[in-house]
Design a protein around this ligand. Structure first.
Ligand code: BGC
Length: 759
């Protein structure tokens, strides 16, 4: 009794302490927000209209640190604008010396000395590169992804950057679109969780910390749905897709404090995203209560003329500002016309004040008014650059690898394996595995596949077999893929003939995905497929290591090649990460965050599609059902798919739906193989009948855990209204009672099925 009393007294005391500390930290936060608001208002009162518009203006910085680069026509004007306080932010300037020089111009020479924001595309690391975001997403490891964004922020902040244009939270279902490499794949649930992890990683606990940088959820909205996967193309989607697939990852970022949001280049249902009042004012700023600011995409304000939405640049400024775009990236529309538009009564002064408030608030939150040079510590710059956290980057790279096939346990390789042949020019490439979006990193700074292999064995022979590219490949303006030259095949085939195992490293060049890199072909580029088949003719013992920035369609390889390892573009530590997986020092645990098609004709292909009225044939000769006459409708590898060197068995699905607010779904997972391994157990639901038809499956939970051989674990998922509802066609979140299918499984196609009724 005494004990119980003791425990409950203790409990009470700690509850009081908790509440007290909560209320103290809450009130501290509140008062610091209040005082920021107060400072913003006081500053705003001192600003002229011209200075306000200046804050809404962002320039690309390509001038020399000593002054404008003479060869740039408008650099002189930009320099003058800096001195007059007519620039709120610059992008693409890095290095503490450069950043300090520019910051000094505005702080010392402009009337109010409002510090600049320095934006940069820190997408997957800065100097030290993590895997491309799609690769990282294959880890399904939120803590690791957050850590990776944190490491990127530490490096970027050390070189003067205080704002990253990431994460890209565009959901995309189309492998043809080059920018799938930059996102988290096809699923809004996984994409939201990963987006949140990245926002937290970049921004840290407190934006004013010296290693925090502001994040930017982009591209709002719909950019991942460009028609036919063609970059910058139009987007026309229905309300259900907009509310349930496209918007949730943005809302999740906003709910988790993302400081900024970027517009998209595309029109969405006839209205450019940049001038889209419904998206920006109604949804983002009003419904979701977003307090940060919206930056346009590069030149996207001006492009409204090309879209046929505005007569001229002046009108684009009017439309974009009124719609809620707060900062103009490189259209020169705001700085040229906004003041005049206010004077003419076409843009309300309140619109300008609202935008400037938002921008200043971020600058105050970063602590730039207390110390505009806080990101300009040259000693810290040296320290961080010279001692990068490569161990974490390596860990992230290993976690990103997905084992797609492993017949007869060809992998892992035995360390004493004799007669290894290595084939493929990507094996000896230190540049391509860095992937796209790596402006801060040194070219050719990746550990190549061969360099990683060397740490395990030198008992191998290498033949390129083919050059993936010819000519210039460093910065990607011209990327010449070798489409014809097979002159090196013979050497590779000869080598393979006399080898025990052949490691073939094939795939895309790092610059074949990314912005402006849409493709209509999803096979192995150039003559690599031919090479693969030529080698297979003489030696079937092939481990195919794939490097690519998007799903590839490789039905031949999937059928014939015994082992396939998906290694994306893994960044700086590429070679070491792959070698550790090939030799079994790391047991792969990645799962695909995006569906791999069998052929381009299937695109867009994704797991969470709807039922058709004619899903299957009623008889052998049936024609009038939903199918292709020349291709299966199933994917090559489904969403959520990935193997391990061990095996996991799923059993004992139990469902308790007695409490409608907390439906519990459990399963037991057992490691039935011989190695310790990590599994990602995935939970999918499907509401059988609803007022808006529901997808055949929707991911609503996942858990990643490690099991030793013979070890079992019971996992529990709790489904609440947050998982069971959906947005109806009015954009309202509804939960409708009814019957649900539920599945817990190892990927989106295989698992234990059950049903329950949500009362
Ligand atoms: C891209 C953005 C990027 C911006 C600045 C644009 O072309 O679409 O994602 O942040 O350039 O580099």
């Amino acid at each position: 009794m005494n004990n119980i009393l003791n425990i409950s007294l203790k409990g009470l005391l700690s509850a009081i302490l908790f509440l007290l500390s909560f209320s103290i930290s809450y009130s501290q936060k509140k008062s610091s927000n209040d005082s920021i608001d107060y400072k913003v208002e006081s500053l705003l009162k001192k600003m002229t209209l011209e200075e306000k518009v200046g804050q809404m203006n962002q320039y690309n910085g390509f001038w020399d640190v000593t002054g404008p680069t003479p060869k740039e026509g408008n650099a002189k004007q930009k320099y003058e604008h800096l001195k007059k306080g007519l620039v709120g932010s610059v992008l693409n300037v890095e290095g503490t010396t450069n950043v300090r020089k520019l910051q000094e111009i505005v702080v010392k020479e402009s009337r109010l000395g409002i510090p600049l924001l320095f934006g940069f595309d820190v997408i997957h690391g800065h100097k030290t590169l993590s895997p491309i975001p799609l690769g990282e997403s294959a880890s399904w490891d939120l803590a690791a992804i957050e850590k990776s964004a944190r490491a990127a922020a530490v490096e970027a902040s050390a070189v003067g950057i205080n704002w990253t244009f990431a994460p890209m939270v565009d959901i995309s279902r189309d492998a043809r679109w080059g920018r799938v490499m930059e996102g988290a794949g096809e699923d809004p649930y996984l994409g939201s969780k990963i987006g949140i992890a990245r926002v937290h990683g970049f921004q840290g606990e407190d934006l004013s910390a010296p290693t925090s940088i502001v994040a930017c959820a982009k591209h709002f909205a719909g950019y991942g749905f460009v028609e036919a996967g063609r970059e910058y193309n139009s987007v026309d989607v229905g309300t259900s897709t907009l509310y349930n697939i496209i918007l949730p990852s943005f809302k999740a970022a906003v709910d988790n404090g993302v400081g900024t949001v970027m517009n998209a280049f595309n029109i969405l249902n006839g209205v450019p995203s940049t001038g889209n009042k419904f998206l920006l004012r109604e949804i983002l700023k009003s419904k979701w209560g977003f307090k940060g600011f919206v930056v346009s995409d590069w030149g996207s304000i001006g492009e409204m003329v090309d879209h046929g939405f505005a007569k001229n640049i002046k009108e684009t400024a009017e439309i974009a500002a009124n719609a809620g775009s707060d900062m103009d990236m490189e259209s020169y529309a705001y700085i040229t016309y906004l003041k005049q538009l206010v004077e003419e009564g076409k843009v309300d002064a309140k619109v300008i004040d609202d935008a400037v408030r938002r921008i200043l608030r971020i600058k105050f939150k970063l602590g730039l008014f207390d110390n505009p040079y806080k990101y300009c510590d040259t000693k810290r710059e040296q320290e961080i650059i010279n001692h990068p956290d490569r161990a974490s980057v390596l860990e992230m790279a290993k976690k990103s690898i997905v084992l797609l096939k492993n017949e007869n346990n060809l992998l892992p390789l035995n360390i004493n394996q004799q007669n290894i042949a290595v084939i493929g020019s990507l094996a000896n490439d230190k540049n391509s595995p860095l992937g796209n979006w790596r402006f801060g990193a040194k070219d050719s700074s990746a550990i190549s596949f061969l360099e990683g292999l060397n740490k395990y064995t030198t008992n191998y022979k290498y033949a390129k077999g083919t050059d993936l590219t010819t000519g210039k490949t460093v910065f990607p303006l011209e990327l010449n893929i070798n489409e014809t030259d097979t002159s090196q095949f013979a050497e590779a085939v000869n080598l393979a003939k006399n080898s025990g195992v052949v490691l073939m490293v094939l795939g895309e060049h790092g610059f074949q995905s990314g912005e402006g890199r849409s493709r209509t072909k999803l096979g192995l580029p150039g003559v690599q497929q031919q090479l693969l088949e030529a080698v297979y003719k003489v030696n079937k013992n092939i481990v195919l290591v794939l490097m690519n920035g998007r799903p590839l369609a490789l039905p031949w390889a999937a059928e014939h090649v015994p082992s396939i390892v998906e290694a994306w573009q893994l960044g700086t530590e590429t070679g070491d990460a792959i070698a550790q997986v090939l030799f079994g020092d790391y047991n792969p645990s990645g799962k695909l965050p995006i569906t791999f098609p069998r052929s381009v004709g299937q695109c867009p292909i994704f797991y969470n599609h709807y039922h058709t009225g004619r899903a299957s044939a009623k008889s052998k000769d049936e024609v009038f059902y939903s199918h292709y006459t020349d291709e299966s409708v199933s994917p090559l590898y489904p969403f959520g798919y990935g193997l391990s060197y061990t095996k996991f068995q799923y059993s004992n699905l139990t469902i308790d739906a007695s409490d409608a607010m907390h439906i519990k779904v459990k399963a037991t997972i057992t490691n039935t193989g011989k190695r310790e391994g990590e599994e990602v157990a995935q939970l999918y639901i499907h509401q059988k009948v609803a007022s808006v038809v529901r997808p055949v499956k929707e991911l609503k939970g996942f858990q990643k855990f490690s099991l030793s051989p013979n070890e079992s674990k019971e996992i529990t998922f709790t489904l609440t209204d947050a998982e069971l509802g959906f947005y109806n066609n009015e954009g309202k979140y509804v939960v409708e009672p009814g019957e649900f299918d539920v599945m817990i499984g190892t990927n989106s196609q295989e698992g234990l099925m059950g049903t329950f009724t949500r009362k």
